[in-house]
Design a protein around this ligand. Structure first.
Ligand SMILES: Cc1cc2nc3c(=O)[nH]c(=O)nc-3n(C[C@H](O)[C@H](O)[C@H](O)COP(=O)(O)OP(=O)(O)OC[C@H]3O[C@@H](n4cnc5c(N)ncnc54)[C@H](O)[C@@H]3O)c2cc1C
Length: 353
C-alpha cells in the first residue's frame, strides 16, 4: 500500500492523546531536550534494518527492550532508563505488548510517546492472542497514527500460562506469519519477528522451528529478535540452520536477545515460563555466587550476571552479530555496565539508577 493509502487508512483509525499524567510529569522535560527523531527518506522512523546499519558508538549496534509500566512510579523509572539509554545512541528501542487490556493500552500510548518525544527509533511489539483481525487492524492503525512503522509481530502466549493450551481468537489469526502478512497488507510497515535459538517450546523439533522462522521471513519480516539465551552456541546454530534452510532469508539479521542476570531466582522463573533452562555451566557459576544462605547473595549474583552478559556480548561481536538486544526490565544500570565494558560510549550515562 502506498503512502497516500496509508494516510487514508491512518485517518480512519483512532487517534490517541498523550496521557495527562505523563504529560504533566514528563511532557515539558521531554520536549525541552528532544531533538527530531531519526527519520527515513519516507518521512517516518528508520526501519530497524537501516537503523542497525547507522554509525554507532561502540563495537556493535545495540538496542534495548522495555515493558509497559503499571504505576506512575514505574513509569518514572522507565523514563529514567529511556533517557540514560538515549544518551548512548541505541539503534532502536522496543516496547513489549502485554497480556491484559490496560497493559495493552499502555503499550500503544508509551510507544507513541517514545516515538514522538525522543530521538529513538521505536519498535512496538504486537501479539495476535485474544484479538480479532478487526482489532489488530485498529491497533496497527493506532501505531501508524503515532508515527510507528516498526512492529514486532508475535503470536503471544495463552493468557494466564505460557504453557497453557493455545486457542486462536475465532476471528483472529493462528500464527505470527499471518500477522506479518496482515501488517504488510496495511501499509509501509517494517516488521520483525521472534526467533528461538533453542527452538520454540511448541515446535516438535528444531527443523520445524527453523521452518517457521523462514516462513515468517518469507511472509515479509525483515529481521528477527531472539528469545533470551545464555549459550552463544545456540544462537550460532540457529543462524546456520536458517542459512541452510533458505540462503535468501538467511541474510536477514537475527538479533540476539541478552539479559544481564541480577537475580538467580528471577532468571530461573523466567526460564521456566519460556520452557527452557539455564545451561549447567551458567547455573553453576550463578549458584556459587548465590551462596547457601536463606537469601541469595544478590550483589555476587549480579556481578556474575554482568560478567556473563559481557562475555556473551564479546563472543557475539566476534561472531558478527548484527546488533545486541538487551532486555532491561526498565532498569538502566546493569545493561549500561555491560555496554561500558564492551566499549560502547556510555558518555557519562553511568549514573546511579
Ligand atoms: C523477541 C521476543 C519478543 C517477545 N515479545 C512479546 C510481547 O511483547 N508480548 C508477548 O505476549 N509475548 C512476547 N514474546 C513471546 C511470544 O509471543 C511467545 O514466545 C509465543 O509463544 C510465540 O510467538 P511467535 O510469534 O514466535 O509465534 P509463531 O511464530 O506463530 O509460532 C508459535 C508456534 O507455532 C508453530 N507454528 C507456526 N506456524 C506454524 C504453521 N504454519 N504450522 C504449524 N506450526 C506452526 C511454531 O513452530 C511455534 O511452535 C516475545 C518473544 C520473543 C522471542
Amino acid at each position: 500500500m502506498r503512502l497516500a493509502h496509508r494516510a487514508a487508512l491512518v485517518k480512519a483509525m483512532p487517534t490517541g492523546e498523550l496521557n495527562p499524567v505523563a504529560e504533566s510529569m514528563f511532557g515539558a522535560a521531554i520536549r525541552r531536550i528532544s531533538r527530531v527523531s531519526v527519520v527515513s527518506e519516507h518521512g517516518g522512523q528508520l526501519p530497524v534494518v537501516e537503523a542497525i546499519a547507522q554509525p554507532h558508538s561502540g563495537p556493535v549496534p545495540f538496542s534495548v527492550e522495555f515493558f509497559p509500566p503499571r504505576t506512575e512510579a514505574d513509569e518514572a523509572r522507565l523514563w529514567h532508563a529511556v533517557r540514560v539509554f538515549e544518551r548512548m545512541n541505541p539503534a532502536f528501542v522496543s516496547l513489549t505488548y502485554g497480556a491484559g487490556g490496560s497493559t495493552r493500552d499502555r503499550t500503544v500510548r508509551i510507544a507513541g510517546e517514545l516515538a514522538e518525544a525522543t530521538t529513538l527509533t521505536t519498535v512496538a511489539h504486537l501479539t495476535a492472542v485474544d484479538h480479532s483481525v478487526d482489532e489488530l487492524r485498529g491497533l496497527i492503525g493506532s501505531y501508524a497514527d503515532r508515527g510507528i512503522t516498526n512492529l514486532l509481530a508475535l503470536r503471544g502466549d495463552p493468557p494466564g500460562s505460557p504453557m497453557g493450551e493455545w486457542v486462536a481468537h475465532p476471528d483472529g489469526v493462528e500464527y505470527a506469519s499471518e500477522l506479518v502478512e496482515l501488517i504488510g497488507s496495511l501499509g509501509d510497515f517494517h516488521t520483525g519477528v521472534a526467533s528461538f535459538p533453542e527452538g520454540h517450546h511448541r515446535a516438535p523439533n528444531l527443523a520445524a522451528d527453523t521452518g517457521n522462522l523462514v516462513r515468517k521471513l518469507r511472509a515479509g519480516a525483515e529481521y528477527s529478535v531472539t528469545q533470551i539465551f545464555f549459550d552463544v552456541e545456540h544462537y550460532l546454530r540457529l543462524r546456520d540452520r536458517v542459512v541452510a534452510a533458505d540462503p535468501e532469508q538467511g541474510v536477514k539479521p537475527i538479533i540476539p536477545g541478552l539479559m544481564p542476570i541480577t537475580s538467580l531466582q528471577s532468571v530461573r522463573r523466567m526460564m521456566e515460563l519460556s520452557g527452557s533452562a539455564l545451561p549447567d555451566k551458567v547455573a553453576d557459576r550463578l549458584a556459587a555466587a548465590a551462596g547457601t544462605g536463606p537469601e541469595e547473595d544478590r550483589a555476587a549474583v549480579r556481578a556474575v550476571g554482568i560478567d556473563l552478559a559481557t562475555e556473551m556480548s564479546e563472543r557475539l561481536i566476534a561472531e558478527g552479530a548484527p546488533c545486541l538486544h538487551f532486555c532491561t526490565l526498565n532498569f538502566a544500570r546493569a545493561t549500561s555496565e555491560v555496554l561500558d565494558r564492551i566499549g560502547v560510549d556510555t558518555r557519562g550515562a553511568l549514573v546511579p539508577a
